[in-house]
Design a protein around this ligand. Structure first.
Ligand code: PMT
Length: 404
């Protein structure tokens, strides 16, 4: 894909990660993007416009009230020029102002004035990131179509450790490439003519008529895959455990409760499918003897006997005319080892592993990060919103399926 005709407008917010933005300009240029830079007033306390001008090869804009800059390329023209706007670092303050629709300086005004997609790369102290106000701003921005890239987890400039680090420039540049590839994928419909079966959400294993065993899956990742697959031209059937999400446009949805119900629905619908993706968090065990009446509280302790549930993914993978089978792995440690083990043991074509110990990613979050493994290779898909991630995973599936 040629990127030489793609324009990226980089908005730099005033955080310590602004020093990485110089490298980001370089990485984007290396990949063929034309890059222009807009800086917030506070960003210039961390890095000089001159550095960014030298790296981007264009004058850097920072003021709404600069007659010379407006005469060269006015802020509306700049907003129109961009094919993609990346805000990196997107500080807590900047996110709040963009979410509020403020036009108080050039960088926020550009976000209001552009029709281009906007990717936000949050960067802040981990506590500030976890603060409910920041989370509410991010949720609101994501619901309005802003794309979130990151943040990453790790040690921070303030000495704390946690989620809030800006993604590395090389990862952001890679996401920009994936972004245009998946936008093209939506337009080119590489899954046209393909039939996909996807599982999503949790299962519920009844204990008695009022209680059950389940897990924290919200269904968001599986529903994002269904939406992205439909956008890319596939005929999509989605088997979902109990979730409170609306069905993506054009997707046929089958609602189930337990793992056994999910297996039955999958087996009834798997014939002639080209791709199967097991994204559901299926309960590994169910109650051996489900009580028909509500169990009354009588003893201090009670024991529940559990029996193993059938493995839906492995069952599909063992079918004679099996589809291309993609599993997920939710792990809290030794992610690669366990994912590779499941890839082999369940005889899968591909597995997408997520580290569900990272706060803000995975179960019931709007963002996720995946490490994808297949017999001949692997690829990391850094933290981003689940729809963008779904598009990237499906693009990988299309590529690998063509190679097998
Ligand atoms: O739903 P969200 O809130 O958006 O969260 C997304 C997610 C974290 C649930 C998702 O990204 C994810 O990781 N899904 C798989 C969760 C899981 O059950 O992982 P596992 O490692 O226990 O299972 C491995 C694979 O076997 C999975 O593809 C699972 O669907 C499948 N499996 C497991 C048990 C079983 N009895 N049958 C199965 O098919």
């Amino acid at each position: 894909m040629s990127l030489t005709n793609k324009n990226v407008l980089l908005g730099i917010g005033g955080g310590i990660a602004a020093y990485k933005s110089a490298d980001l300009v370089r990485r984007l240029k290396e990949r063929g993007f034309d890059v222009r830079v807009v800086m917030s007033q506070s960003a210039m306390e961390f890095i000089t416009p001159l550095t960014l001008q030298a790296l981007s090869g264009h004058p850097v804009a920072s003021s709404l009230l600069d007659p010379a800059a407006e005469a060269a390329m006015g802020h509306i023209e700049l907003a129109r020029w961009a094919d993609l706007v990346i805000i990196a670092p997107a500080t807590a303050n900047l996110l709040a102002r963009i979410n509020a629709g403020m036009a108080d300086e050039l960088i926020t005004t550009t976000c209001l004035a552009t029709e281009a997609p906007i990717a936000l790369c949050p960067a802040m102290n981990q506590q500030m990131y976890r603060n409910l106000a920041t989370q509410a701003n991010l949720t609101s921005l994501a619901s309005r179509g802003y794309t979130l890239w990151g943040p990453a987890s790790g040690s921070q400039a303030c000495g704390e450790v946690g989620l809030g680090r800006m993604l590395e420039p090389v990862d952001i540049a890679e996401l920009a490439i994936q972004f245009f590839a998946s936008s093209d994928a939506v337009q080119l419909k590489p899954l046209a003519g393909q039939s996909i079966l996807i599982t999503a959400g949790p299962t519920r294993e009844a204990i008695d008529p009022v209680r059950y065993i389940s897990n924290h899956s919200s269904g968001k990742m599986g529903f994002a895959l269904a939406k992205a697959a439909a956008e890319m031209g596939a005929t999509v059937t989605l088997v979902s455990g109990p979730v409170s999400l609306s069905t993506p446009k054009g997707v046929v949805r089958i609602d189930v409760e337990s793992a056994q119900n999910m297996l039955d629905a999958v087996m009834n619908n798997v014939d002639n499918k080209d791709i199967f993706i097991g994204c559901a968090a299926v309960a590994d065990y169910r109650i051996n003897d489900v009580a028909t009446c509500k169990i009354k509280k009588s003893t201090e302790e009670m024991q529940l006997a559990l029996v193993r549930n059938p493995d839906i993914l492995a069952t599909v993978a063992s079918l004679p005319n099996r589809p291309f089978v993609v599993g997920f792995a939710a792990e809290t440690h030794d992610v690669e080892t366990y994912a590779r083990d499941k890839l082999k043991r369940k005889n899968l074509n591909m597995i997408a592993a997520n580290d569900v110990s990272v706060a803000g990613l995975g179960f019931n979050a709007d963002a996720n990060a995946l490490r994808v493994f297949w017999p001949q290779g692997n690829q990391d898909l850094p933290a981003t919103d689940k729809l963008s991630l779904a598009r990237q995973l499906l693009s990988l599936i299309v590529k690998e399926k063509t190679n097998t």
